[in-house]
Design a binder for this molecule. Structure first.
Ligand code: BMA
Length: 362
């Protein structure tokens, strides 16, 4: 009996959760279970817009600031969908959607992982994602007078997502992280712009519509908060276990490393508890220190947190221009420290990921 209990407990800790979508494709199930296994001991490094542009360059085939510094691409590649809802050929940061489609395929073919955020315009007012105050959410959920405007957004998402196909015509699994940073109040879906019930209704409708109506079964759904002080805050707008696979938060360092470390500790502790209770995979869904003026930031500030708390992946924001970059590039002050960070056994970059992540249990 004693032995039975031990083996039951150890099975439980090794247990892998299935994606929340019961009809998830085979590749999606493999990706999600392999990410869970990797997360037991490792952290996958990610970078926003990595293949599209970097410091001093754009749209050069094969180029990546992360690769220029380390020799490897990142393992997770973040892409942005803002302006897809406008039928624009380019996203809100000027990246052509047709390029994003080809990057996603390239990444999938080499066993990397694609992730999407969507800073979409307000479907009622047409203003940017950052336009508050507003009371849009209650008008676009089922029963709301502008519901159809939101459905059109999702229809456009589905047309786009249907172009993300692998060589055999299979849908490429992607992490989809909608309605992010909702505990803050800077986006039209933020905490002051709607009630928890309205936010949850919007989230559930989004996921249900994409799964049931649009038959998209390649989405690993990411729930990613901004700041929060308690587990109750963190989960106040949680849409339910059937609607989420990855749970995380976005946290940027401003100036004070000690403040940032404490903030990470507080948020990670709450995240770990919620992740365990809900059997979800924790991630640091966005982070960075603009311009990385601290030459040891990677190994002294970020890495200790990643070593302490289970993190499936960490995504560093984009390298846009001289006053808005978050990742190192050759010659940048933190580049040599980043090489140490890259070489740390905790970290996984593209060179340690293989296409088998989508086809078998690692
Ligand atoms: C923000 C900034 C903006 C950008 C947006 C969406 O944090 O980088 O310049 O438009 O993300 O990518």
């Amino acid at each position: 009996m004693f032995f039975k209990i031990i083996s039951f407990t150890s099975n439980l800790s090794a247990q892998v959760s299935m994606p929340s979508d019961k009809a998830a494709t085979g590749e999606t199930k493999f990706l999600y279970s392999n990410m869970q296994k990797l997360a037991q001991t490792k952290v996958i490094f990610g970078h926003q817009d990595d293949l599209a542009y970097g410091m001093g360059w754009s749209y050069e085939k094969g180029r990546s600031d992360i690769k220029s510094v380390t020799g490897s691409y990142p393992g997770v590649y973040g892409w942005e969908l803002g302006h897809l809802e406008l039928d624009s050929a380019k996203n809100l940061d000027g990246v052509p959607f047709k390029n994003i489609i080809s990057y996603v395929k390239e990444v999938y073919d080499r066993g990397g992982i694609n992730e999407f955020s969507w800073h979409f315009n307000d479907p009622v007012t047409g203003a940017t994602a950052w336009s508050t105050p507003t009371n849009t959410v209650k008008q676009i959920i089922p029963g709301g007078e502008h519901f159809n405007a939101y459905v059109k957004y999702l229809d456009k998402f589905a047309v786009f997502a249907n172009q993300l196909k692998g060589p055999k015509g299979e849908m490429i699994p992607v992490i989809f992280r909608p309605l992010h940073e909702h505990t803050g109040s800077w986006f039209w879906w933020g905490s002051k712009e709607c009630t928890p019930e309205e936010y949850i209704a919007l989230w559930r409708f989004t996921v249900d519509y994409l799964r049931k109506n649009k038959k998209l079964h390649n989405l690993i759904i990411g729930y990613s908060a901004a700041g929060y002080a308690t587990e109750k805050d963190y989960l106040e707008r949680y849409p339910g276990d059937g609607y989420v696979d990855i749970i995380g938060f976005d946290a940027y360092m401003e100036k004070d490393a000690n403040y940032f470390k404490t903030d990470l500790d507080n948020r990670y502790q709450i995240l770990e508890k919620a992740a365990t209770e809900h059997h979800k995979l924790p991630a640091l869904t966005e982070t960075g220190y603009v311009l990385i003026p601290d030459p040891n930031w990677w190994t002294q500030v970020l890495l200790p947190a990643l070593k302490q708390y289970k993190t499936a992946y960490v995504l560093i924001w984009r390298n846009y221009k001289q006053d808005h970059y978050f990742a190192p590039f050759p010659g940048q002050a933190s580049a040599s420290d980043f090489k140490k960070f890259y070489a740390d056994p905790k970290m996984i970059f593209q060179n340690k990921l293989k296409p088998a992540i989508y086809t078998k249990n690692l």
